[in-house]
Design a protein around this ligand. Structure first.
Ligand code: SF4
Ligand code: SF4
Length: 381
């Protein structure tokens, strides 16, 4: 099959954050120091080469960018300043745009103004919707109980509807990822049992990012773990215990206690990320794409407004608490609706999927080798 070359691919990747890729002269230092590379998934030198050659389809079908955790060791060792770590990061952004069938991810990564505008519009619609609903059926001076401005039962229905839409969008993109990287590859025949055997890797890597721990410095992995666990805790509380979370003003410790822990976790990680990106002392935070800033700022706003709303309600200030609740939702809704399927947060699905498909690919290669050996051992008739 003919290989299609896209000469402008490097220029396109610049929009996704790639820098100085042309400086690479393929010494291989980066791949030698990377703790995640091996004979089957060889990076970052190989993707650098494919990028220089404009091999768009090869890159689109590759899992390697997702196997990189951006520890930055390769960038530190590169004698040419070709920034392989940042190139892998930019490839993840580019792949996110490729998997997204709507084209929205591509638009957001290429234009931060479009993303900010979309966030503004969704925030405004959220405010209009919540205030209208609140004034039509409740009392803005009441936070909880029969006359509540935003009753937890109604917000609960809204949350679940949003969750299902997001899940459906993300699943469509995950299916496209599987198609590009696995199903459409003619030279890769995956035994069905292999898909079942490795299913456990999806939750394992989602919750632990286990392979991140292979990097030389464990700090970023631990912080990432805190971020994911805090986020998942908050998600479980909101999806299954919203009534207890919104009740009060007395504190319901079994629910709110976990909420406090998750809020502290989110605050710590967000402050660490902001400080790191401003100071640029760590190699993986030296380069910040606009989407990185948008993500951190949104996460900070969601966390801070959530805390403010909670404190106001606990102190009996129901009217300001209701206003703060709407302000909180003005950040939560765009954060979820735009960031999860179309931007940085989609990584939470793609990375575990890549770990899973990586093992599936290894099985396929082993299977192909066994079949080929058996064929050569058959007597010639
Ligand atoms: S990115 Fe740097 S270290 Fe890696 S192969 Fe190219 S020149 Fe060598
Ligand atoms: S940033 Fe770290 S994990 Fe990623 S390719 Fe470089 S050395 Fe490997």
């Amino acid at each position: 099959m003919a290989i299609r070359v896209q000469p402008k691919l490097i220029d396109e990747l610049v929009l996704y954050g790639a820098e100085d890729v042309q400086n690479c002269y393929h010494c291989g230092n980066c791949s030698a120091v990377c703790p995640h590379t091996d004979a089957v998934f060889n990076f970052p030198r190989k993707p650098m080469r494919h990028l220089q050659m404009g091999l768009e389809e090869r890159l689109q079908s590759s899992l390697e960018p997702w196997l990189c955790y951006y520890c930055g060791q390769c960038s530190t060792q590169c004698p040419r300043g070709a920034e392989p770590g940042e190139t892998m990061m930019s490839l993840r952004r580019w792949l996110t745009a490729r998997y997204d069938f709507t084209g929205i991810a591509s638009l957001f990564y290429r234009s931060w103004k479009a993303e900010v505008l979309a966030i503004g519009i969704v925030a405004l619609l959220t405010a209009i919707g919540f205030f209208t609903f609140g004034f039509l059926q409740g009392d803005i001076h009441t936070y909880d109980g029969p006359d509540a401005f935003l009753p937890s039962s109604s917000v609960h229905i809204f949350d679940w509807a949003m969750a299902w839409v997001l899940f459906a969008l993300l699943m469509m993109n995950v299916i496209r990822m599987w198609w590009f990287t696995t199903a459409s590859r003619e030279n890769l025949r995956v035994p069905v049992w292999s898909y079942l055997k490795h299913l456990y890797l999806l939750p394992l890597h989602f919750f632990t990012q286990k392979r991140y721990g292979l990097c030389e410095h464990k700090g970023p992995w631990r912080l990432h773990l805190v971020l994911v666990l805090s986020y998942v805790t908050m998600l479980v509380l909101i999806m299954f215990f919203l009534h207890q979370m919104q009740s009060g003003p007395s504190i319901v410790w079994p629910a709110h206690g976990f909420g406090y822990l998750a809020s502290i976790g989110l605050l710590i990680t967000v402050i660490y990320a902001l400080r790191g990106r401003f100071k640029k002392t760590q190699v993986h935070m030296k380069h910040s794409h606009e989407s990185d800033w948008i993500f951190i700022v949104m996460l900070l706003l969601v966390t801070v407004t959530g805390i403010v709303q909670h404190v106001l309600h606990r102190t009996g200030a129901d009217l300001p608490a209701n206003v703060a609740y709407v302000a909180h939702m003005m950040f939560v809704v765009p954060m979820l609706v735009l960031e999860v399927p179309f931007s940085k947060w989609s990584h939470l699905a793609y990375r575990p999927m890549a770990m899973y498909l990586g093992e599936v690919h290894r099985d396929a290669l082993r299977h192909a080798e066994t079949v080929s050996k058996e064929k050569t051992m058959q007597p010639v008739s």
